[in-house]
Each structure stands twice: as structure tokens, then as C-alpha cells.
Design a protein around this ligand. Structure first.
Ligand code: PLP
Length: 408
């Protein structure tokens, strides 16, 4: 008799974006002539850089001839060229990452969901609140939490991110084992300083905890004082795994390519040196046959000098959108955070209304769709996320509609 994994039943409410889709659809049905402007989902909108397209074309062409054809990758963790190029990127940050510490995968979502499998069920997991929902849901499914109610789960340690702490938490007041940190942060747009990350690295080393650091938006950091990788903190290679992606840096949200760093000397209570690195290699080779051989040369092209210059132009384009949104809202007296070194604007709902009330108000009055902060955890209640991804003219139209129609 087969039985199901009952942990799935613990998952609360549907995923955030289906609910947004449902409410938007209902509005469109009632108002068929309304032009909907979407500043909700954080999906890229601009074409890939020319040099990246060339890299992708080249890899497709190689598959057309027997002499250059390739099938399965030798192992499921990426081509040597791409792993070397990624290690070189870390070297450019002054950080020494070895090629066999780099694991290429098909994006940060899968890796951030799967990485918890390296750690036992009894580990106490700490997450930022609000947070990108995958960290919580993957640990619920894996049985590392108790039951859920009111948007929270028993057994998880929530690190509240609020205005008073600039949306970056203090280290946990009790002993936890796995700590998820995301910087630049989705959804708050906050970026951790070196000092803030050092506090977590110190905590993790003291408590033999492991930090899972999601830096999927690192390429949006323009302030040179802010760390682009947690390994800029001394000692982080002993206690941190880093997950990153080409999705937001190069528009690969549909192409799919990312990487995870599992340092050789990462340790936890009972790991031998190198064991966690070996385990991740084993896991990837068992469950995954590697990122697409069409796509990996595209990643190499992103990391080339020309690719970097071209991708930066697109990032600058999105960040000009972010400034436009932020200035427009602040001009109306709305309090905003983020949007400077991250493509998300985290706004306080006007008049203290709930996140979902503001969602309905914004949609009804301005026809703009955003993302309710409470969808990222109870700590997001009273906030709202607007995304800078989108065509400039659509963003401009949305901001204008908010300025003209939002009743404050
Ligand atoms: N991590 C964060 C914080 C994200 O916001 C996202 C996507 O929005 C991801 C990871 C997923 O990235 P990928 O497209 O590489 O799976």
C-alpha cells in the first residue's frame, strides 16, 4: 500500500502568485476594457545580450554535426569551462573558490529547495520573515518543521525583518542549525553589509550552524561597499553555502542556469572535511544529469568581458525603472525601501491597510498589479512589493496611473 508524504498536507494556502492571478482575472472579467499593468512577478522582460545569443547559437550548431555533438556531461555538475569561469569571478571579488567547489545547476530555485537534503530532519531551520517562499516550503515538505497555522510553522525560527532593523535580522537569540539568508533581498530589496554578514558568520562558526546564502540578485549591487558574496567575510567558507543564478543577471529566467558553491572545508557538527561537498556532488549526480549543454556556453558568454558589459546595460535599464517607481511613489508621500541595489521596491501600505487590501485597492483604482508583502510571511504584512522588471514604457504608464488615480 503506497502512502503519500503527509508533509505536503502541512503546506498552507496556495502559492502566492496563483491567488494574484485569480484576483486579477476576476477584475478583468468585470472590467474587460481595463488595461492591466503588471509590476508583480519578478520575471525579466528584456532580450538576452547579443554576445549571449551568439554563445547559445553556437552551442545549438555544435549539436548539428557528429564531430562536435555532445550528449551527457561527464558529470552532472557543469562543464569544466563554466566552473572555471565562475571560480574566476569569485577570484575577481578577492575570494578563492576552487573549481570543484562550484556546482552548475539549472537555477537557484531548485538548488535552494534541494540543498536542505544535505541536513538531517532534526536541524532547526531559521528563515528571514518575510522571505522568498521556497526556503520554508522545501523544509516543510522535507519534514523539518511541525504543523502550520497563520502563515507560520512550528519548529521554524523566524527572523523578523522590519524597518527597525533595516530589514536585516540580528543573529538568532537561540541555537539554530540552518540559516537561510537572501541578499540583495527578495522581497524587501535590502542588502546586507559586510558587518551584518560577519555577525552571522561568527554565529554560525560558534554554533556549528550552516548558512545558505542566496545571492541571486548580487549583480544589482552598485554600491562598492556592499558584499556580492558571503565569502567576502573571513571564515565564511567554513560555514556557508552560496546559491546564485544567471536568471536575473542575464535574463535566464526561462533559459535556466545557476550555480551553488559548497566549499570543501564547510563543516557542521558531524561532517568530515569535504564530506558535504562530496554529498552535494553525489546528490546532483543521482537526481540530475546536469544543466543543458545548449545553455552552459550561454553562461560562459555572460561571464565574458563583452557579456558582462552587455548584461550591465540591461541591469541599468531595470534599475532606472526602479528609480522611476520609487521616485513616483515617494512623490505621493508613500514610504519606500529597497530599489537602490536591488530590483524590488518594498513600500509601506498607505493608511496602514493590510497587504491584500492594498492589492485590491491598487488594482481597482489604478489597474496596477503588485505583490502583497504578507504573501512572503507574516512579517510582510502591511507592506507591498513592486518589481522593476518590465519594459520602460509599461513601468512609466503604471507609475503615471498610480500618480493620477490612487486615492490617498
Ligand atoms: N532566489 C530568489 C531570492 C529569487 O527571487 C528567485 C526568483 O525569483 C530565485 C532564487 C530563483 O531563481 P532561478 O530562476 O535561478 O531559479
Amino acid at each position: 500500500m503506497a502512502t503519500l508524504n503527509g508533509n505536503y498536507r502541512k503546506l498552507q494556502a496556495g502559492y502566492l502568485f496563483p491567488e494574484i492571478g485569480k484576483r486579477t482575472k476576476e477584475f478583468v472579467t468585470k472590467n474587460p476594457d481595463a488595461l492591466i499593468m503588471r509590476l508583480g512577478i519578478g520575471d525579466t522582460s528584456e532580450p538576452l545580450a547579443p554576445s549571449v545569443i551568439a554563445g547559445l547559437h553556437d552551442s545549438v550548431d555544435r549539436l548539428s554535426k557528429a564531430e562536435t555533438y555532445s550528449g551527457y556531461c561527464d558529470d552532472g555538475v557543469g562543464t569544466p569551462e563554466l566552473r572555471e569561469a565562475l571560480a574566476a569571478r569569485y577570484a575577481s571579488y578577492g575570494v578563492n573558490i576552487k573549481v570543484d567547489e562550484v556546482f552548475v545547476g539549472d537555477g537557484a530555485k531548485g538548488d535552494s529547495a534541494n540543498i536542505q537534503s544535505l541536513f538531517g530532519e532534526s536541524n532547526v531551520v531559521a528563515v528571514q520573515d518575510p522571505a522568498y517562499p521556497v526556503y520554508v516550503d522545501s523544509n516543510v515538505i522535507a519534514g523539518k518543521t511541525g504543523e502550520g497555522s497563520d502563515g507560520q510553522y512550528d519548529g521554524l525560527f523566524y527572523m523578523l525583518c522590519v524597518e527597525e532593523n533595516d530589514f536585516f535580522p540580528k543573529t538568532p537569540s537561540e541555537k539554530v542549525d540552518l540559516i537561510y539568508l537572501c541578499s540583495p533581498n527578495n522581497p524587501t530589496g535590502a542588502v546586507a553589509t559586510l558587518h551584518q554578514l560577519k555577525a552571522f558568520v561568527d554565529y554560525a562558526r560558534e554554533n556549528k550552524a550552516v548558512i545558505i546564502f542566496d545571492s541571486a540578485y548580487a549583480s544589482y549591487i552598485s554600491d562598492p561597499r556592499l558584499p556580492r558574496t558571503i565569502y567576502e567575510v573571513e571564515g565564511a567558507k567554513e560555514c556557508a553555502i552560496e546559491i546564485n543564478s544567471f536568471s536575473k543577471e542575464a535574463g535566464f529566467t526561462g533559459v535556466r542556469l545557476g550555480w551553488t558553491i559548497v566549499p570543501k572545508n564547510l563543516r557542521c557538527e558531524d561532517a568530515e572535511p569535504g564530506e558535504l561537498n562530496n554529498m552535494w556532488s553525489r546528490r546532483q549526480n543521482t537526481f540530475f544529469n546536469g544543466a543543458s549543454n545548449v545553455v552552459q556556453p550561454g553562461g560562459l558568454a555572460v561571464l565574458s568581458e563583452q557579456g558582462q558589459a552587455e548584461c550591465k546595460k540591461t541591469i541599468d535599464y531595470y534599475m532606472a525603472n526602479a528609480r522611476r517607481i520609487k521616485n513616483g511613489l515617494e512623490g505621493l508621500g508613500i514610504t519606500c525601501f529597497g530599489g537602490v541595489n536591488a530590483p524590488y521596491i518594498w513600500m509601506r501600505t498607505p493608511g496602514g491597510i493590510s497587504s491584500w487590501e492594498f492589492f485590491d485597492k491598487l488594482l481597482n483604482e489604478t489597474h496596477v498589479v503588485g505583490t502583497p508583502g504578507s504573501g512572503f510571511g507574516p512579517g510582510g504584512e502591511g507592506y507591498f512589493r513592486l518589481s522593476a522588471f518590465g519594459h520602460e514604457k509599461d513601468i512609466a504608464r503604471a507609475v503615471e496611473s498610480i500618480q493620477d488615480n490612487l486615492k490617498l
